[in-house]
Design a protein around this ligand. Structure first.
Ligand code: CA
Length: 229
């Protein structure tokens, strides 16, 4: 299973530790940031799969950070759960308008928070889900790491597996090499873009025997698309 990276943006050490502990207990990887600036430094290196974002932070507020992330095409789709002591209905609406996917008030029950993280990931980052996916004769199981094409098992390397999982959960959309590095490798800085081409080629080779390699399409000048057409 792919481990989701959860970026925790919270300035209070006790709450930060509580969050990190619970996130790790759930099998996610916790990345800790104590203010918006530190959070941006993490995000610039690698996109997290979800952000738990405290409203009141020293320096730029959680709301400001959320707005900034939503305004940038690279970070626009990162799921965000706002975390705050505020219970005012107006604040809640402001948080959601700034682009948060969900909203939870302190004090929170860790169990409820984890349930919400899972729900948001299921909805917003389906490649993080454990559910078996079927597209056009391809079947991929994240839990067993098995892939079959027209009923025949096929062997994929770990990167090709993640790439195919991402494609199967994001059908018909065009992704640039930089976007695929961000989404599949989690690193757009240190990995070269031609690495994407190498793994695309391997993925197509693995799908050739079943004739499903044409699902992985090159879009000239743009990148790649996984398409049934
Ligand atoms: Ca705070």
């Amino acid at each position: 299973m792919t481990t989701a990276n959860i970026l925790l943006v919270e300035d209070e050490p006790a709450i930060q530790e509580l969050l990190a502990f619970n996130v790790a207990q759930c099998g996610f990887r916790a990345i800790q940031a104590f203010d918006a600036e530190a959070a941006m430094a993490h995000i610039n290196r690698a996109l997290p799969d979800l952000i738990l974002l405290d409203w009141m932070l020293p320096g730029a507020s959680g709301i400001e950070l959320a707005r900034r992330l939503r305004a940038d095409s690279r970070t626009r789709d990162i799921p965000i759960i706002m975390l705050t002591a505020r219970t005012d209905e107006r604040d809640k609406i402001q948080g959601l308008e700034a682009g948060a996917d969900d909203y939870i008030t302190k004090p929170f029950s860790p169990r409820e928070l984890m349930a919400r993280i899972r729900a948001v990931l299921r909805r917003r980052a389906p490649q993080m889900s454990d559910e078996t996916i079927k597209v056009e004769g391809l079947e991929l199981s994240p839990t067993t790491h098995r892939v079959s094409a027209k009923g025949e098992n096929i062997d994929l390397g770990p990167t090709e597996f993640r790439l195919l999982h991402f494609f199967m959960t994001h059908v018909e959309r065009v992704y640039s090499r930089a976007q695929l590095l961000d989404q599949v490798w989690g690193d757009h800085v240190f990995v070269e873009e031609r690495t994407v081409d190498v793994h695309i080629r391997r993925l197509r080779q693995a799908l050739e025997a079943s004739g499903l390699d044409n699902l992985v399409q090159t879009v000239r000048g743009s990148g790649y698309r996984f398409s049934k057409e």
